[in-house]
Design a protein around this ligand. Structure first.
Ligand code: FAD
Ligand code: SF4
Length: 506
């Protein structure tokens, strides 16, 4: 019996549920580069090149391993342009009697998969994606009946369930969380090891040329493409991170440093999201490094990102359904400002994050959250427009992970489902965490007028705009006390600066 096994662009794992479920001799693995997926948002050029290059390498690995692979290239004139059309044609081409697939990560693709049975006339078996540590059902059970769905509660539950960094029922080191130790700015003299280089091979170079020709107007540059595109490279990236950067990952996790795009971050999100690495092997790699002297605050910080945040946001995405991306609890309506596409805002922190986003398709978490996201929050940008932007510009962007981070964590657009208060901060925070302010055309010392730091007056203006909704939140009492202590003339000055700046922004 011939079985079509469609493998999606982010399902590049040899242990994928559907590959485990079908005997090799019965299976025709279908992998299709389709315009529909390449164009549902106009992805960064590096994201397109990364996914297609990784797909082509994975197809070769499968063939070497004895699988029959039907690979549909984007530049093949016979390419049908859509995933469902390719699945239907493959069933007919191979006289297949069944389809076995692994459930997609995103609601949009899950909806396509649901139509494959009707479209092809053969039975479809959809298997849960067991590459995540927590199943959709287990998350729903954990969530059911809870008053609040906080990441910290989820994370502690997962630590206990998995036994990671646990001694019996007790967390290693006597604490669940070392977040407070992970907020240092980078002192002068601490050098950052260079991230590993993955020079594109002939396959990747061909893909890069295709993307450049076919998507010339998409955002971003391909010149500095440096992503792992095979499992071997992804394992090297993991090993190099654990050996060279993990030790300082914890201390400087939140730092913002001019000219240091990646700091001690792992750069592993693209590989994990594509399926080249499993989350558990990343966690195990970091935990094992403790025996070689990696400090607990670094290892726990890294484990929390993967066992905690990554699993948690995926659970929230599936639980909340496709409408989650349309939430707008703060009623923000400003169109996405052009500086998100062109940069050149004059705000050094923003431009630095923007430039590296354009050149590397990467920004680390604090740049995404506390600079690019925070600015949109303070400026009242429509969260759906921002969500689409974040989906476009990063090489690791998939809706299941991006949307809860943008709509929930960064924009508070879900009204506090994900975060207990908005991640809003003024220029003083950015100055504390990094060194951008020293080279900025704006100044934190200037309190008002065209040279004052926009983050500072926009922060107060944001609080004032949303006082009715946010001031009753206990975690906001201190900042609202601060706002109310300002003289009415000072408050008026701040609001006038914000109005002038926002008018210029539009
Ligand atoms: P590290 O800092 O080294 O962290 C290690 C790993 O932990 C990451 O590789 C990632 O797999 C995981 N992780 C860390 N933080 C998160 C988080 N908040 N949610 C889920 N996983 C996390 N991550 C994506 O993978 N895709 C996205 O599209 C994405 N969009 C984001 C948008 C916003 C507004 C924010 C605030 C965060 C977003 N993140 C996203 C989460 C996080 O910023 C990235 O995972 C991280 O910056 C990737 O770089 P890294 O691999 O060097 O991560
Ligand atoms: Fe950013 Fe303000 Fe600092 Fe300039 S002064 S870098 S705008 S925080």
């Amino acid at each position: 019996m011939t079985v079509i096994v469609p493998v999606l662009g982010d399902q590049l794992s040899a242990g994928l549920a559907s590959l485990k479920a079908v005997p090799r001799d019965d299976a025709v693995v279908l992998m299709a580069e389709v315009a529909e997926e390449a164009g549902y948002v106009p992805h960064h050029k590096q994201k397109l090149a990364l996914v297609f290059a990784a797909m082509r390498h994975f197809a070769e690995d499968l063939r070497t391993d004895g699988w029959t692979v039907d690979y549909r290239r984007l530049d093949d004139p016979a390419n049908l342009g859509g995933l469902s059309a390719e699945v239907e044609a493959a069933v007919a081409r191979h006289g297949a009697e069944r389809i076995v697939a692994t459930l997609a990560g995103e609601h949009r693709v899950i909806a396509l998969q649901a139509g494959w049975g009707a479209g092809t006339g053969v039975p479809v078996m959809l298997l849960a994606d067991d590459r995540f540590l927590v199943s959709e059902e287990a998350f729903a059970e954990w969530a059911s009946g809870r008053k609040r769905l906080r990441m910290e509660d989820f994370y502690r539950w997962q630590r206990a369930e998995t036994g990671v960094l646990m001694v019996g029922d007790v967390p290693v080191g006597g604490q669940w969380n070392f977040d407070k130790e992970n907020r240092k700015s980078l002192p002068k003299g601490v050098s950052v090891p260079e991230a590993p280089r993955f020079a594109p091979d002939a396959v990747t170079r061909e893909v890069i040329a295709m993307v450049e020709t076919r998507f010339p107007d998409n955002f971003g540059s391909l010149a500095r493409f440096n992503w792992p595109v095979t499992r071997v490279q992804a394992l090297e990236a993991l090993g190099r991170f654990v050996d060279e950067r993990l030790v300082q990952f914890g201390d400087y996790q939140d730092a913002l440093v001019e000219g240091e795009a990646t700091l001690f971050h792992s750069l592993l999100s693209t590989s994990i999201n594509l399926g080249l690495l499993g989350p558990r092997e990343c966690i195990d790699g970091a935990v094992a490094a403790m025996e070689l002297g990696a400090p607990l605050n670094a290892v726990e910080g890294f484990v929390r990102q993967i066992l905690g945040w990554r699993e948690y946001v995926r659970g929230i995405y599936l639980l909340e359904g496709p409408d989650y991306v349309r939430r707008n609890a703060l009623g923000a309506t400003r169109p996405l400002p052009a500086i998100y596409w062109r940069g050149g805002s004059g705000m050094r922190c923003f431009d630095s994050a923007f430039d590296q986003t354009r050149d590397l398709a990467y920004a680390h978490h604090i740049q995404r959250l506390m600079v690019l996201g925070n600015f949109a929050l303070l400026a009242g940008v429509d969260p759906f427009e921002l969500h689409e932007w974040f989906l476009v510009v990063y090489a690791d962007a998939y809706e299941w992970v991006e949307a809860p981070n943008v709509i929930g964590m960064s924009q508070f657009a879900d009204g506090g489902l994900l975060g207990s208060k908005p991640y809003a901060a003024g220029g003083a925070y950015i100055n504390r965490m990094g060194n951008h302010c020293a080279g900025c055309r704006y100044s934190l010392k200037v309190k008002s007028g065209p040279d004052a730091c926009p983050f500072s007056y926009l922060y107060w203006d944001f609080l004032a705009r949303h006082e009715a909704m946010l001031s009753s939140n206990q975690r906001m009492w201190t900042v609202y006390d601060g706002w109310r202590r300002l003289q009415p003339e000072r408050q008026a000055e701040i609001r006038a600066d914000a109005a002038r700046f926002l008018a210029g922004l539009s």
